[in-house]
Design a protein around this ligand. Structure first.
Ligand code: GRF
Length: 193
């Protein structure tokens, strides 16, 4: 069965992206990751992707006058390479409804909370402040409402006594690195059936 040509969008260190690339190196993994794009030229993840043999480019959002023209460049780069599916992994730009509609059903994201709880930023701080017993991460379809799309898979992480934002974030990230490859496989396979 042919694998789905996939791109990963990042903005920073790219640990989720590396986990996805490693999964994609398995020949029977359903997503074939061909491209990594960062909106930040200095993102450490770009070099990590190249080290793993994957094309990695920067499309600097600051070089464009508005979100639409940035997204046109992004869309163009994806289409040019025959990309069929896009996974956001620590990509810190809100995508417009126009772009999201162009990629509807082919665009997923990982968010560090148990959605629908704590959409948006500072998720771990909010979970700690609320006295929650658990935090976690969710992989979800991207829809125009930020962090509002259907959940594909989630991983809960217990909050323990003395947890700080950093300690919790580190434990959640560790779970993300197995959650996202599994969830991407599931999402891409839904496209094939
Ligand atoms: C992850 O915690 C992800 O859930 C959030 O941003 C972080 C990205 O980390 N959206 P990395 O770039 O994958 O290391």
């Amino acid at each position: 069965m042919s694998r789905i040509r996939t791109a990963v969008l990042i903005s920073g260190r790219g640990s989720n992206m590396v986990a996805l690339l490693r999964a994609s190196q398995e020949p029977d993994y359903p997503a074939d990751i061909q491209l990594v794009i960062s909106n930040r030229p200095k993102a450490a993840g770009l070099e990590r992707a190249r080290e793993l043999g994957v094309e990695a480019i920067a499309i600097d959002h600051k070089a464009f006058p508005d979100r639409e023209s940035f997204e046109d460049a992004l869309h163009g780069a994806l289409v040019e390479r025959g990309i069929e599916f896009v996974a956001c992994a620590g990509f810190m730009r809100v995508l417009t409804p126009r772009f999201v509609t162009q990629w509807a059903g082919r665009l997923v994201n990982i968010h560090p909370s148990l959605l629908p709880k704590y959409k948006g930023l500072h998720t771990h701080r909010r979970a700690l402040e609320a006295g929650d017993a658990q935090a976690g991460a969710s992989v979800h379809w991207v829809v125009p409402e930020v962090d509002g799309g259907g959940v594909i898979a989630q991983a809960p992480v217990d909050i323990v006594e003395g947890d700080t934002q950093d300690s919790l974030a580190a434990r959640v990230l560790e779970r993300e690195l197995t959650l996202y490859p599994d969830a991407l496989a599931k999402a891409v396979s839904s496209l094939k059936s």
